[in-house]
Design a protein around this ligand. Sequence first.
Ligand code: NAD
Ligand code: UGA
Length: 441
Amino acid sequence: MKVTVFGIGYVGLVQAAVLAEVGHQVLCVDVNALRVENLKQGIIPIYEPGLTPLVEKHFASGYLNFTTDAAAGVQHGDVQFIAVGTPPDEDGSADLQYVLAVATTIANHMETAKVIIDKSTVPVGTADRVKARIAEVLKARNVVLEFDVVSNPEFLKEGAAVSDCMRPDRIIVGTYDDRPHDLMRELYEPFNRNHDKLIFMDVRSAELTKYAANCMLATKISFMNEMANLAEMLGADIEAVRKGIGSDPRIGYHFIYPGCGYGGSCFPKDVQALIRSSEQLGYTPKILQAVEAVNDKQKYKLPSLVQQHFGNELAGKTIALWGLSFKPNTDDMREASSRVLMETLWQAGAKVQAYDPEAMEETQRIYGVRDDLTLVGTKEAALKGAAALVICTEWQQFRAPDFDLIKAQLQHPVIFDGRNLFEPRRLEARGFTYYAIGRGE
Ligand code: NAD
Ligand code: UGA
């Protein structure tokens, strides 16, 4: 099948690469000319395990190509994916300007029937707006062409995006009628092997399914962070509680890890967008408001612990930091808890000496060169001369460190662990002062 993907970000590029892998002819369109040029040279704009070889292979084989030429893109695909960003507006609602701009572009250039698939995360009612926009432009052009708008939200996780797209656990397809069903089945047939993963529904339900999924996951995390804070005060261990409740299959082990707050480009933005949508309807979404408030506070947990520990002595001290990305296996720093930590420490006059396996270039891009930030090449180098160690991201390589070396390199044997990587008793036996999340026992 001939497929066009508008937007070569996390979602668009990964989706395009896996569609090419199964044999579809994919053309990606982006307004970012540098990104397009880089991709043609084999420079991949994001770090995502397994993505680079897939992109290189299919660019070489001709199944995957990149362009800034929107007209060529519209001409190419029977199917047109919209996979552009939907960042928060000033008031937190989803900014739909990029989605609607692509809808306009498609309508301006289409000469044959098209199926337009919205993969971006968009508020309920957006498919109606896309449909109306395309109809309006076609009318102004004075042409009559058939088109379908489909809502097909994406559920991939960063850091596992390729495998999530190759093996989706469900494929949500929201349509206005049955007309695009066969084409959607054919498009996703290669990913629909063991059991039927396609779930057809109306477009509004498909749009809400995406927000409901992310908000449910964010709710689980904020709930666990609240339990962790209570556990600390009650002298209980949240890690024991986590295992205790996770063993109930109705609760499950996934997404109940307490920590230093959820980040990333999606949970914070999507919880906020659904709050705004609710408010616009005159409805107060109390659970969502609490999920957001608990998370905002949780991000200050590590900086507060550091400030409490060092008190007035913090100014002028250097703090070692392991992990900058919002989660492991990505270089994405959007809404990362490490940013709140660094910014709070800087405000208190402390310096940060940080290491991350993938996100240091991105950190440099965001903060530039500054006296109170040193980025170093290894986790060991981050410790040198630092007053204490803070861990914000649970990269595998941080899980079994050389504790003797940590002790020898740090000025004080103090670890602030935002991801509960270690056993408190073992660290205390080694002479560390160990702060973790919810480990009150
Ligand atoms: P991104 O910011 O990484 O990429 C968006 C791309 O769209 C950019 O390259 C930008 O240049 C391009 N673009 C903007 N306007 C364009 C236009 N008019 N024509 C062509 N290209 C244009 O975004 P992302 O993280 O891939 O997210 C895209 C959407 O998917 C969002 O709605 C997001 O919420 C949703 N989503 C993201 C993830 C994720 O893990 N990142 C997962 C599921 C869903
Ligand atoms: C999330 C969803 O998991 C995807 O299904 C969805 O497609 C995506 O958002 C999206 O809509 O963009 P992602 O943000 O890539 O994916 O990463 P997650 O693995 O969900 O982690 C998000 C944040 O929650 C991270 O900061 C992580 O550290 C935190 N988290 C996760 C916890 O604090 N505890 C947990 O138990 C799980």
